[in-house]
Ligand binder design. Structure first.
Ligand code: GMT
Length: 379
């Protein structure tokens, strides 16, 4: 199949999922066309089956806001025609599903029907999409998609609760290529990061308010009072600077490393003992799954789709949002006993295997095929 993938090319989870999906589909013989404003960060290999088409939005002084959706719709029309793309898979409803619908309508004028598969990722529904400013357009574009998927049951439930949805929604969970996280590095650089007696705690996110970064720091502060430990903070975002200041106030700056964005999170997870994800809301929690795939247990909040990923008392522990005390106690419970820690690490890996890429990607292929069959009937 020739598949066009639209996503945000940044470090956010939806872009990572879209990129990993495209790469796996290309390995399975499909021709993949990424259409977005920058080359996606995890897309290192372009080749025969993987193409990137940049959407340009020329600056014009009259525009206060540059019309990205318009440029994207036009690019989609051009690329579908030029490369005979058969299916458009858009990740994150805003504004991608809307732009794809406009492209579909324009193409119809030339008797081309290209089905649209929309994957909902989380904040496009929970935080941003349900805002009254966007809601009518988001509802419309979900209802007009030929197929809609959500990355967790919880996100599907939220979508049905928050919007007037007439379309079916399939749950296709996020996935992991376990082999990529089975680090056989001879260069796992634990010695550079911590002493042998110190445990390594890690958090990865784009450090927005929803991630509750102060909770991460406060949980770590409680842990390090009981157990020698270091904290690895990976990612960039508006909460990073306040977090650095909080570390200073708590007098723990020498125990916390801020890495910024990294394309090599497997190299950081390889030496981690515990992962923290105390988010206010999380449709899935891809970073937690990546940690688990590296054999790192997870201390998280019990919100949104996280309980579908992190299993209480098995791959980690879950507490109510904001319950720093409970999260700290659970973290210490795992870290304090080497046998317990070893067991949780093994369990985390086992749990990650239930999201194996080779089980999940065929579900998307089946959805593409279904929309193509529907399309043949329509034509
Ligand atoms: O929250 C982020 O870090 C980014 C955001 C995105 O859309 O890029 O992530 C959302 O999609 C991810 C991939 O499906 C999910 O794993 C995240 O849980 C989800 N974030 C939220 O719901 C807050």
């Amino acid at each position: 199949m020739k598949i066009g993938i639209v996503c945000y090319p940044t470090f956010g989870g939806s872009g990572v999922v879209a990129t990993e999906l495209g790469l796996e589909l290309s390995k399975r013989g499909h021709e993949i066309h990424f259409i977005t404003y920058n080359q996606p960060v995890r897309l290192e290999l372009l080749g025969n089956n993987v193409h990137f088409h940049e959407v340009n939005v020329p600056e014009y002084p009259l525009f206060h806001y540059q019309p990205y959706e318009l440029a994207l719709s036009s690019k989609l029309v051009d690329m579908v025609k030029l490369h005979q793309i058969e299916v458009l898979h858009v990740h994150y409803a805003i504004p991608h599903a809307y732009a794809a619908y406009m492209a579909q309508k324009m193409l119809r004028e030339d008797d081309i029907y290209v089905p649209i598969v929309t994957t909902l990722h989380g904040t496009d529904i929970t935080l941003v999409g349900s805002h009254p400013f966007y809601k009518p357009a988001v509802t419309f574009s979900i209802n007009k998609s030929d197929a809609v998927t959500a990355v967790s049951q919880s996100l599907k439930d939220d979508t049905l609760r928050l919007f007037d949805i007439k379309n079916d929604i399939d749950v296709v969970t996020n996935f992991i290529d376990i082999n990529k996280f089975s680090h056989n590095f001879t260069d796992c650089q634990r010695v550079m990061m911590a002493n042998d007696n110190e445990k390594i705690i890690t958090h990865i996110s784009n450090m927005r308010e929803v991630k509750r970064i102060p909770d991460v720091i406060n949980i770590f502060n409680n842990i390090q009072k009981e157990i020698p430990a270091k904290l690895m903070m990976v990612g960039e975002g508006p909460e990073r600077e306040p977090a650095e200041r909080l570390c200073e106030r708590l007098g723990i700056s020498d125990k916390v490393v801020f890495f910024g964005n990294s394309n090599e999170i497997d190299r950081i997870l390889c030496f981690s003992d515990l992962f923290l994800l105390p988010s206010k809301t999380e449709s899935f929690g891809l970073s937690a799954l990546e940690a688990m795939a590296s054999g790192v247990p997870v201390i998280s909040s019990n919100t949104g789709g996280i309980p579908e990923v992190n299993k209480e008392g098995f791959s980690g522990y879950l507490s109510n949002v904001g319950d720093v005390d409970s999260m700290s106690k659970n973290a210490i419970k795992i870290l304090v006993d080497e046998t317990v820690l070893k067991q949780f690490k093994m369990n985390a890996k086992e749990q990650a295997k239930t999201f194996d890429i080779h089980q999940i990607v065929p579900q998307y292929e089946a959805i593409y095929q279904k929309t193509l069959n529907k399309c043949k009937i329509l034509n």
